[in-house]
Ligand binder design. Structure first.
Ligand code: GLP
Length: 243
């Protein structure tokens, strides 16, 4: 992949989470119309932006139909059907139901997860995602592309690192309940979205944000690949910007 000449991540630093949400909502809505597709990330970081979009739709400040369909960035493998922690459930509950958005994602209970990952990867590429919302892991992961993920990785089954499992344990009854594997859009899949909007909040993300923006583009920090995207935005508060 050659780096486009105009590639430069726009880093927008805001004073608080409310302003981060407003700026991210502007960037997301600006990249969509009712016929486009929206890539949706889980995690706490995008929640404010999702709430802001719902608020604008309800008040008439944004069109009632913000997108044609939503696509999940990743999904746990092996959770019981309908479990509240599947990313399909989380995204419906947090944003898609309120927007009346149909959501597609990989089937985390597929008998052949590798085949399901390949199938979903093709579906996402065919859907041409207009805006992909992203968070970032403390270890620089993007979706569930953990450190070490090849920069040319496709949508696939991955094993979660212990850091990620620990970070996500707060949503489960016990740490042991956090799945060990997931299907994630690959880094090349994510890079095909027309616009990326990565949201990060708080000092605990500062090192990962710094590495993603200013470090080498390297599998050690999968999020660093966004430096090669022609239209990538990173919206953070001062804490995640390093003060
Ligand atoms: C999970 C998701 C990632 C997300 C990360 C950060 O691991 N798979 O896509 O970026 O959480 O979550 P938070 O925003 O809650 O810190």
């Amino acid at each position: 992949m050659t780096q486009p000449l105009d590639a430069a991540v726009r880093h927008l630093v805001r004073d608080d989470a409310g302003q981060v949400a407003a700026t991210a909502a502007d960037l997301i809505l600006d990249g969509l119309d009712g016929s486009s597709t929206l890539g949706l990330a889980t995690g706490s970081s995008p929640l404010g932006a999702y709430d802001e979009i719902v608020r604008r739709v309800r008040s008439g400040a944004a069109p009632a139909r913000v997108a044609r369909r939503g696509y999940l960035l990743d999904e746990y493998l092996g959770l019981p059907a309908g479990d509240r922690n599947t990313y399909a459930s989380v995204i419906r509950r947090e944003v898609a139901d309120a927007l009346g958005l149909d959501v597609r994602g990989p089937d985390g209970r597929a008998a052949d997860p590798d085949a399901e990952a390949a199938r979903y990867g093709r579906e996402v590429v065919e859907a041409s995602v207009a805006v992909q919302v992203l968070g970032i892991g403390r270890n620089g992961h993007l979706g569930f592309n953990e450190p070490g993920s090849p920069l040319d990785s496709r949508t696939r089954v991955v094993r979660l690192t212990e850091t990620t499992r620990r970070d996500n344990a707060r949503f489960f009854d016990s740490a042991a309940d956090v799945p060990t594997h997931a299907i994630t859009q690959g880094l090349t899949t994510i890079m095909r979205a027309r616009r990326l909007v990565l949201i990060a909040l708080g000092e605990r993300k500062a090192d990962a944000v710094h590495a993603a923006l200013h470090g080498p583009v390297d599998p050690a920090c999968p999020a660093s690949i966004i430096q090669r995207h022609p239209e990538a935005y990173v919206v953070t508060d001062r804490g995640a910007a390093g003060g």
